[in-house]
Design a protein around this ligand. Sequence first.
Ligand SMILES: [Zn+2]
Length: 250
Amino acid sequence: MPQHMTQAIVLHAIDYAESDRIVSLYSLDFGKLRGIAKGAKKSLRRFGSSLEPFTCNEVTFSDRETHGLVRLERCRILRAYPEIACDVKRLVLGSYLLELVDTLTAEKEHHPEIFDLLLFFIDLLTGREFREELLRLFELRLFGYLGYQPQFQHCALCREPFDVQGVYGFSIQRGGIVCPRCEGQAAGLLPLSNGTIRLLQQAQGLEFSKLQRLFFSQMARDESRRIFSRFLEFHIGHRPRSLEIMEQLS
Ligand SMILES: [Zn+2]
């Protein structure tokens, strides 16, 4: 069976049978992997705490290719985040990042930029400056990398560029802003102020390492939260569990 080595972040792990764990990972070179860690529950020697969510490991695995699960052979911790697990707010926000990546990505689809984005945001989450609105920037980037970038630069119907004099709405079905001339052709538009549109346009153009420099007004925070959660639900067909928990906590 061919063996491979890559860096990977643990998204999710559950106990399986008597002594194994089934793990979902996001890797740098192979995208999302689902693997079985034999004996991980009983013996700490081979895997230790490397299978805790958020942990970034150097992972060695073998892949039979015809079989769904890869077999994890070894994990060497590159970066662990114990500070996330002991802070409820960080844990809830971070679990949302992991759940989004786990839910939105397909297995073995190579997107190294998603690995970099996730690692960058996990690091950011451990800092003092993390704000909930940064989740919107994570969502925005992730949507873009996966090919359903919401459109804020021009009207999703007539393609006319955004005009700051106009009043726009956001169409979940069309995946973008809709201008005043087209609003009659798009049902259920969500309100979106021009200030928020400008901010999101700016966010789409920035390198992600600079995203934390953006600050949201209360209005931008509320509007973008509502739009992105509806947009996400539209694409995945349900509400992410960690989003529900986050709303209950706030
Ligand atoms: Zn239009």
